[in-house]
Design a protein around this ligand. Sequence first.
Ligand SMILES: [Zn+2]
Length: 188
Amino acid sequence: MSLNWNVEKVERDCYIKIIPEMEVPGYMASNDGKLLDPVTEALIWATMTVGLGQITKTNAVEFLARWYWVEQLSGRGRPTAARWVPTRIPPPTRKDPSGSWQQEVITIKDVLDHVGLSTNVSKEPLHTWRRRIGELYFTELMSELKRAQEQLTPKVYRCPDGHEHNEAGTDRYDNLVCVTCGATTAAV
Ligand SMILES: [Zn+2]
């Protein structure tokens, strides 16, 4: 599915006028030299993550709570977006256009500023979504820890008679033959 989005109903201007100091790659700019605000862009992509295709005044808190929760589960921390922060120059030389892009956390104000944003993502009810995401990350954690455990635990070989030999001894049991009884051993 391709992601379609619409910001026409958003009151705030979702585009930033590009100035040379911003060092924005040309391909990122629209025809009239404007850049889709990275905060807006992050929110558009987030609609897929959070399973909500619209930002409204009513769901703003839930929208961001879902997003924060996923990012916390994944260990990335709270979501951020680049913002153009002008250099603070005291008057009267205030005309210096320099500044820098700074990565800052997306806040509830950012979400409320984008009420009206919509995408073609369909709404997934909170309980279904929460269970699906919770299970996803829990399963991932389980696999990660299982792998870690397997690396800690030496492999044990056991012959048909039940004599055990651990991996440390495999050099001595190259052919996996039990030194106690001579039977061929198998990994357990
Ligand atoms: Zn044996």
